[in-house]
Design a protein around this ligand. Structure first.
Ligand SMILES: NC(=O)c1ccc[n+]([C@@H]2O[C@H](COP(=O)([O-])OP(=O)(O)OC[C@H]3O[C@@H](n4cnc5c(N)ncnc54)[C@H](O)[C@@H]3O)[C@@H](O)[C@H]2O)c1
Length: 374
């Protein structure tokens, strides 16, 4: 029996290849509010059914939906799909308000359907290599990590005609680290089994783009349940080249991503050099054997799916969760916790960097715990 998929939002077409390459799945429907995009892309990808109205698409006999519309629509569209008996692969972030996250996890539990958040940074090849090295203990015990998302998207705050876009409200119109999952996600995978216990955020003020409510740069410290630390810098407003930076420190070594201008992914592990004074970086490429086999065997077409093949392997894992009943790689509890870092960081930034306690997102979370105290 073919599992029929509907994609909402043009960005979701990045996942088309992943579904089409599995004979059990078929992208059957495409939904886009923009009529011109709808017609052009449905034809380009050979998708038989097209819809402008999301609810109309849900009424059809689809089995799974990709939600790749603006952030503020994610939760309402996901819940509608789950209630219609469909599995959901949803873009980042999971939602834009704490209440939405309670609704989301309850809806996923009630539906019994698969929900996965498509945080593609977890799937970047280098982040996968580091995950494997962490698992094998090469860094010893990891206790500190950094994630930075530096991407000047001021221009995306306006539509071509000059009116504000959704991003000017829901991404750039909020205080705090409102787009943290690209930075946090891979680190949480490296700290597998741990969880965020608290969030504290400071903003740099309004210098580069005072027309937006978001501060230029935010620094967020996440303390984990274990006491370990993650530091995030999110900046979508400062004029500068784009960079997604990560680092990891453990008891036996460390990793740093490139910062640009010929810099490269690099590691240092204890025993590589005679003394700490002589310690020299080694290229991460020496450890390519830690890249998962499916990446090493990936075809050029698979790699072309977007973000160095990440968008292909995300679908692969979503398909596994549907067909084999495995835990989704980024399940609703991960999605809620990682997204809540944004929402708590907003409250923290507005309260002088106050440390905000993270709720423990888990199955059957009691209502009494669904309270955020300042
Ligand atoms: N993972 C990543 O690397 C990554 C990159 C870019 C965007 N995103 C996420 O993807 C989502 C979309 O971002 P974008 O950059 O494509 O935004 P965009 O504004 O460029 O495109 C959004 C599209 O959704 C359509 N749309 C809006 N409301 C709709 C509705 N109700 N039904 C159907 N279509 C609707 C719009 O017509 C538009 O074409 C966001 O959640 C964003 O955070 C993720």
């Amino acid at each position: 029996m073919t599992i029929k998929v509907g994609i909402a939002g043009r960005r979701g077409l990045n996942y088309w290849l992943g579904f089409q390459s599995d004979p059990r799945f078929r992208v059957e429907a495409f939904c886009e509010l923009d009529e011109a995009v709808l017609q052009e892309d449905a034809a380009k990808f050979g998708i038989p059914r097209s819809y402008r109205i999301y609810e109309d698409m849900l009424q059809s006999d689809l089995d799974a939906i990709v939600v790749a519309t603006p952030m503020q629509l994610h939760v309402s569209q996901t819940i509608a799909a789950l209630d219609a008996g469909k599995h959901v692969l949803c873009e980042v972030t999971a939602g834009v308000a704490m209440d939405e996250l309670w609704w989301l996890q309850e809806s996923v539990e009630r539906s019994g359907k698969v929900y996965m958040m498509s945080e593609n940074a977890c799937y970047f090849p280098e982040n996968q290599i580091i995950a494997g090295m962490v698992r094998d203990g090469l860094f010893g015990e990891a206790y500190f990590g950094e994630g930075e998302y530096l991407h000047d998207i001021r221009h995306l705050g306006r539509l071509p005609g000059g009116k504000p876009s959704w991003r000017s409200y829901w991404q750039l119109g909020k205080r705090g680290a409102f787009y943290p999952t690209h930075s946090l996600g891979p680190l949480m995978k490296w700290f597998e089994g741990d969880a965020v216990r608290s969030v504290s955020t400071f903003g740099s003020g309004w210098h580069a783009a005072p027309e937006y409510r978001q501060e230029d740069t935010t620094l967020t410290v996440c303390r984990l349940e274990s006491g370990k630390l993650i530091k995030l810098r999110i900046d979508c407003l400062s004029p500068r080249p784009k960079n997604a930076y990560y680092s990891l420190q453990g008891t036996k070594g460390c990793y740093e991503a490139p910062r640009g201008l010929g810099d490269t992914h690099k590691i240092w592990l204890e025993g590589m050099d005679a003394s700490a004074e002589q310690a020299n970086w080694r290229p991460l490429s020496d450890y390519m054997h830690y890249l998962p086999e499916r990446y090493r065997l990936a075809t050029e077409e698979q790699k072309s799916a977007g973000h160095w093949g990440s968008d292909f392997f995300i679908v692969h894992d979503f398909i596994q969760a549907i067909t084999a009943g495995t835990k989704p790689e980024i399940d609703v509890y991960d999605a809620c916790e990682w997204t809540a870092v944004a929402l708590l960081s907003e409250l923290s930034a507005m309260n002088g960097g106050k440390e905000m306690t993270m709720p423990k997102f888990r199955k059957g979370m009691p209502r009494a715990e669904q309270i955020i105290r300042i």
